[in-house]
Design a protein around this ligand. Structure first.
Ligand code: A2P
Length: 390
């Protein structure tokens, strides 16, 4: 009898084919064709590096099998197979419940990687997928930027009768209409939700997105051109770690660029609605005030709620400034936050910013005799350090 083994699989119904897992896997165990992204059972060593980077959670699927699914079988899958009945054979060193034991072992490796805050509300995930999207009605599409070459939109979608619970920091998938050159439906593109959990207005349970028009971007042009009343196919919600703590006295340190401000807007609105007392500090980088999404509304938020550092890279009469430059200039305040175990850090925006922020944090931590990587890893383990870059 074959020994029962665990197998790592990817849910083809939920995966949005962003290939981040494939790019992250250090040993080349993940590959894809035009249909699916799959895991080679002969190569995967369960290092779990791919788990925290997956935006949808589709990567976190496991089966206990006596014969692993081949790559060919996985490429053909439209949905994941049910867990087969597996009995522990005499050669297995697995006792009473082999499946539970193997699944527990499989998930152990995720320790030390992205974790949600301990007090975060429980997110709903994967309620709607490509085969069964939520049909949302466009309630509004407003331009947020004055710069003619930089079109960023605030788009409000109403799920109507389809219950679509989201928490601040979660994302949704948008399915552009039409088909690709092979006649296949387009896969969903992921966008962060920029509204709080109970809607743009409390109790309305609609959601908003912050979308930048990208030259030749299929989904971004579709979204930016939407008219009121049009229907949009939406999947998700996705994301179970980039979430807010529920504790009112937590302090949120928000670092973002451009449309990375979407979850920060949601956090800020929710904290205001919940009358949280711990405060927030924001470092927000944009080209100019005219191209900073939500510049007007941000100015109305009192400093006692949100201390703002708006940083501009393309002001005509000033040197280029990035968020990490301002963080260094404000290092004493950040150092104090790093020494406070109620501080939660959220970083969202351009991938390039990550390196600059890491260097700034390293220097700020040194100024108080701390090692940033140790501090960061401890915060991450504690669910207090979150990064989402693209
Ligand atoms: P710039 O493009 O002027 O160099 P947007 O997405 O709306 O363009 O805003 C992104 C902002 O982030 C811009 O001000 C951009 O500056 C800035 N930026 C670009 N690269 C980095 C980086 N490596 N670190 C921090 N900020 C960056």
């Amino acid at each position: 009898m074959n020994k029962a083994v665990k197998q790592h699989l990817i849910d083809p119904e939920i995966c949005i084919r962003c290939y981040t897992c494939e790019m992250t896997c250090p040993i080349g165990a993940i590959e894809h064709d035009d249909n699916n992204v799959v895991v080679n059972a002969d190569v995967c060593n369960f290092c779990m590096d791919c788990i925290p980077v997956c935006p949808t959670g589709s990567i976190d699927e496991w089966r206990v099998v006596t014969t692993p699914y081949t790559l060919e079988q996985q490429y053909e899958m439209d949905e994941l197979p049910e867990q087969e009945e597996v009995e522990a054979g005499p050669a297995d060193d697995i006792d009473a419940d082999p499946i539970a034991a193997l699944l527990a072992e499989a998930h152990k490796g995720a320790g030390g990687k992205a974790k949600s805050p301990r007090t975060a509300a429980k997110p709903a995930i994967n309620l709607y997928n490509l085969g069964k999207p939520a049909k949302m009605t466009v309630q509004g599409n407003y331009r947020l930027t004055d710069d003619p070459d930089h079109d960023v939109r605030h788009i409000i979608l109403d799920p109507g009768a389809s219950p679509f619970p989201v928490l601040e920091g979660q994302s949704v998938g948008i399915i552009p209409p039409g088909t690709d050159a092979d006649g296949n439906a387009f896969l969903p593109r992921l966008y962060s939700v920029s509204s709080p959990r109970d809607g743009e207005r409390p109790g309305y349970h609609n959601i908003s997105l912050t979308v930048k028009r990208e030259e030749k971007g299929l989904a971004s042009n579709y979204l930016c051109d939407l008219k009121q009343g049009e229907i949009v196919d939406v999947t998700g919600p996705f994301g179970a770690t980039f979430l807010m703590p529920s504790t009112p006295d937590a302090h949120l340190l928000l670092i973002c660029t451009g449309t990375g401000s979407a979850p920060m807007r949601a956090f800020t609105m929710q904290r205001q609605r919940a009358q949280a007392t711990g405060g927030m500090t924001m470092f927000f980088g944009a080209r100019t005030p005219q191209s900073l999404p939500y510049f007007g509304p941000l100015k109305k938020i009192p400093e006692s709620v949100l201390k703002q550092h708006l940083v501009f890279s393309r002001l005509p009469d000033r040197d280029k400034e990035y968020v990490q430059d301002r963080m260094i200039a404000e290092q004493d305040g950040i150092a104090a936050l790093l020494q406070n175990d109620k501080t939660h850090i959220y970083i969202c925006g351009l991938r390039g910013m990550e390196e600059g922020v890491e260097l700034a944090m390293t220097s700020i931590a040194e100024s108080i005799g701390e090692q940033w990587t140790a501090l960061r890893d401890a915060m991450r383990e504690d669910g207090r350090y979150h990064v989402e870059t693209y």
